[in-house]
Design a protein around this ligand. Sequence first.
Ligand code: HGY
Ligand code: MN
Ligand code: MN
Length: 428
Amino acid sequence: MSQSVAQHRTAPPAVNGGRLLRRVEKLGNIGRDAATGGITREGFSPADREARAYVVEEARAAGLAVSVDAAGNIIVRARPAGTTAERPALLMGSHLDTVVGGGRLDGAYGVLAALEVVQACAESGGHGRYEPMAVAFTNEEGALFPQPFFGSSVLVGRLSDLPREPLDHEGRSLRGPLAQAGGDLDALGSAVWLPESVAAYLEIHVEQGPVLERTGNRIGVVDGITGRTVLTVEIRGTAGHAGTTPMTGRRDALAAAARAVTVVEHLAGTRDLCRVATVGRLDIHPNSPNTIADTVRLTADLRDTVVARMHAAESALCEELREVARQTGTEIEVVARTHSGPVSTSPELRALIEENCLELGVPYRSLPSGAGHDAQVVADITPVAMIFVPSIGGVSHVPLEDTAPADLVVGAEVLLRTALKAAHIPTR
Ligand code: HGY
Ligand code: MN
Ligand code: MN
């Protein structure tokens, strides 16, 4: 082993399972609804800030160096920048924000497992060719501000994909909430990383599906991540009295929205133009029982692993919406679009994950991800890999989302060993 690869070696890094599970438990109480158990920490909300503060506090208490970039991403490393020879990062992470009423592991587990790996490396003192770092990306879900993958998009430099003034669903600016998270909308360029500054990106995540549980595997080696298009559609009609306005001549935005929701469902259903298609959010104005709605905003979430199918589904949707507008006398406009392409993960990193599963005697299998992840954005600048752990009952984005504690710990162990091998740091 050359001196440059391993210096000041003490015991090799090891995951502290108890510490990881305690942090998962604590973080799982932030933004939690006592009645339903659901977690609501929309990106840049007060609950999201509370979760971020907890992770920063834990990292600093562990003696790690913490910084927050202009996108609000939290970066954790063993030493402050400049105190060791700058080496490319072996980046690991995920997100702390959640959907409304979601689970306590989606994203959070990946951030805490990455923190555990960086802390274990710092405690062991091992050095390698790359520097293990943890990142908590901002606004992966896009629950409040509909710019999903905000933090990872900035990190890879996709600034032109983002609106100049990002607004939430009610039209409020991101500027203030981003500043409260330590970011700066006018300095996003300072948060962009050059490809040569990252050697690889690893993300561990709950599967959010049934495959691992059904097939008796404890680790999922993700081979590809689905593409995803999210359209925000605005339907404009005319408000009126529900009792005195004749049916003929109405421009009922909610009746038009009802047709639009069915159109979206058929894209993936009867028409099989894409794998899945969902309208998950509907904002109605004035949302009054005895008033005809004049404005409705809805989100259409289309997914597939084939880019051409995503494009076909999107154009079919726009064509059908023009027809709905004609039939209902409303105006229908796509007011925002976000596209995340499907990506394949790195075969070399996948091989390392499989090697570690064999060494640990942990059953594993490869599988695609139907969920989107920051990894598919970070793939713009570096090879990526994802490790899944089983979701009990295959559910996610709901309060019942859960994973066996032993699976959370073994997943972190696989992440640690993969990071060490990828960073050329000797393992046990
Ligand atoms: O929607 C997704 O696939 C992810 O949870 N952001
Ligand atoms: Mn999610
Ligand atoms: Mn997630």
